[in-house]
Design a protein around this ligand. Structure first.
Ligand code: ADP
Length: 540
């Protein structure tokens, strides 16, 4: 017997429609790419998004067409999130940090015909333009005053965003869309092979946002002021443009200003209480605060994900800024949130040092996500906090396959994350490593993440990476690549001594190489594949 309840579709436009009614005065503040701060309300955003939906129609965009964006976190990008998906087309956000060849590959693969881009990315467009096969129209996210001359052939219209909006009426009926249809598209960063397209549906987007606002997840409410430093050009900025709108939180969009000074200015001026971003951003912010003697007084919580948050960062935020770190884990294929380490009853009762250690774990799955770890033969491993295996997940916002790829990546209905993890009896998941980064030494595994986290606690180190390097006796041994902080000097022996009471003796790196900088992927992760290629002969 079926339940006798309404079956209305969960659509992206419904969030903005709700906010226009119930959070109409809620603020969206954004740092303009042209300079200055833009400030308006959810109601204004809804009105402009309807104008934009009309403009998209005029540009010839129809249902399920892919519309590309190359843009920072700004109010204009926010409007595209709603106008494109809300009108039934597919928002294809592109990561400008990808290599130009990858960028051209994904624009062609997605068959984008219209591209909206920030002024900053015009040189990038010029660079890839000769390789683009489907692109027909470009819209520059600026006003008439800042509109540049087109660097492209005349045949490709080069339009001004503000002029487009101005010309349209705000009378627009959002179509009723089947919730299972595609709403947005994001490509993985493609550290191996070509990037792969993850195609989110309206339903997955809503469920992910709904789950993520809970106290047990990101804890986002109407009273909060959020600063997502995670980019809207990758995995929908962890869904914040949707979740913040659902509850009418004050939303601060940092534009291109991700440096310590720009962030500090926004945090103080707008009284930001929730920060969200990857560890490298926070390294920069914490260093800036230290140099300037600034404390982040309004900040209460910092969500850190995308890479492991070291205990030193967790402690610094707590002890120097009175801010609680919520460690989170996820990936593009998970929309991206899988686990969050939020403050719950169990953690509140722990002594501070034990709490910090627990905070280094990536947390417990948010409701909706199922999780297990499996050994070599795919047998389930116990949740004892010790056994580690391949992390497999399931849930309504987990990808089942990639855009235009026939082969399903699922194993018996589970998605293999490519991560190696432990799960403890309370359900806390801890990432040991990416399966391709774990160091296989004499039949045992060494976690490159644990070693890096131990090493980065040394006050002379700005950043470091541990990779497995082929070794004649042990198969692989760890090599530590270290970037020193400015004006710091230290010997290899001092680092080894520092590590010797923090990790098992056989985990100690066989060698340490000081480098000026480390290569990063488009999502800010250290490009270990490149490091392995460069340093493969060093220990044989
Ligand atoms: P994103 O693009 O959002 O960074 P990716 O899909 O590129 O996501 O990368 C996801 C991978 O990043 C995960 O599989 C995992 O290896 C790593 N990762 C994400 N969050 C964490 C975390 N908190 N700690 C350790 N690794 C993490």
């Amino acid at each position: 017997m079926k339940g006798l309840m309404m079956d209305s579709h969960l659509t992206v436009s419904s969030i903005l429609q709700y906010a226009e009614k119930y959070h109409k005065d809620g603020e969206i503040v954004s740092r303009n790419v042209e300079g200055g701060i833009h400030r308006y309300s959810y109601q204004d955003a809804a009105i402009r998004s309807r104008c934009l939906a009309n403009a998209l129609k005029r540009l010839g965009v129809t249902q399920q067409d892919r519309v590309a964006t190359l843009a920072w976190n700004t109010h204009r990008h926010y409007e595209l999130y709603y106008a494109v998906s809300g009108s039934g087309a597919i928002l294809h956000t592109i990561n400008p940090r990808l290599f130009p060849d990858q960028l051209a590959y994904i624009l062609n693969h997605a068959e984008d015909e219209v591209l909206f881009l920030d002024l900053t990315f015009i040189p990038l467009l010029e660079q890839v333009a000769p390789q683009l096969k489907s692109l027909k129209k470009i819209v520059v996210l600026t006003d008439r005053e800042h509109m540049p001359k087109s660097p492209l052939p005349d045949a490709i219209p080069f339009l001004c965003y503000e002029a487009l909006i101005e010309a349209e009426s705000d009378a627009y009926e959002w179509p009723d869309i089947d919730e299972t249809s595609a709403a947005s598209l994001c490509y993985t960063s493609g550290t191996t092979g070509n990037p792969k397209g993850v195609l989110y549906s309206h339903r997955s987007t809503i469920l992910h946002a709904w789950a993520s606002i809970s106290r047990e997840a990101l804890d986002i409410g109407n009273n909060n002021t959020l600063l997502p430093v995670v980019p809207m050009f990758h995995v929908n900025a962890w869904g914040i443009p949707y979740s913040a709108t659902m509850v009418g939180a004050k939303l601060i969009l940092p534009g291109a200003g991700m440096d310590g000074a720009s962030l500090c200015e926004l945090i103080a001026a707008e009284q930001v209480d929730l920060l969200l971003g990857v560890p490298t951003i926070w390294l920069g912010l914490l260093q800036y605060c230290e140099q300037q003697g600034i404390t982040l007084d309004p900040v209460k919580n910092v969500v850190i994900g995308g890479a492991a948050a070291p205990i030193t960062m967790i402690r610094d935020f707590q002890e120097k800024h009175n801010a609680f770190v919520m460690h989170a884990w996820g990936m593009t294929e998970l929309s991206p949130i899988g686990t969050v380490n939020s403050l719950n009853r169990y953690m509140s009762n722990l002594p501070l040092e034990a709490r910090y250690t627990l905070q280094t774990k990536q947390g417990r799955p948010v409701y909706g996500i199922e999780m297990k770890i499996a050994g070599q033969d795919n047998q389930a491993l116990p949740h004892d906090g010790e056994s580690f295996g391949h992390l497999l997940v399931k849930g309504p916002w987990v990808a089942t396959s990639y855009y235009k790829e026939d082969k399903s990546p699922l194993i018996d209905g589970w998605f293999d994350t490519g991560d190696v993890a432990t799960i403890d009896p309370q359900g806390y998941m801890n990432i040991v490593d990416r399966s391709k980064d774990v160091i296989k030494s004499g039949g045992e595994w060494i976690s490159s993440i644990d070693l890096e986290n131990a090493a980065i606690g040394h006050p002379a180190l700005a950043e470091c990476a541990v990779i497995g390097v082929p070794h004649p006796k042990w198969d692989e041994r760890p090599l530590l690549l270290a970037v020193l902080k400015e004006d710091m000097e230290i010997s290899k022996e001092e680092i080894i001594f520092y590590l010797s009471d923090k990790v098992a003796k056989w985990w100690l790196p066989d060698d340490i190489i000081f480098v000026d900088e480390l290569p990063h992927t488009a999502t800010g992760k250290i490009l270990k594949m490149k490091l392995r290629e460069s340093y493969q002969g060093t220990l044989s």
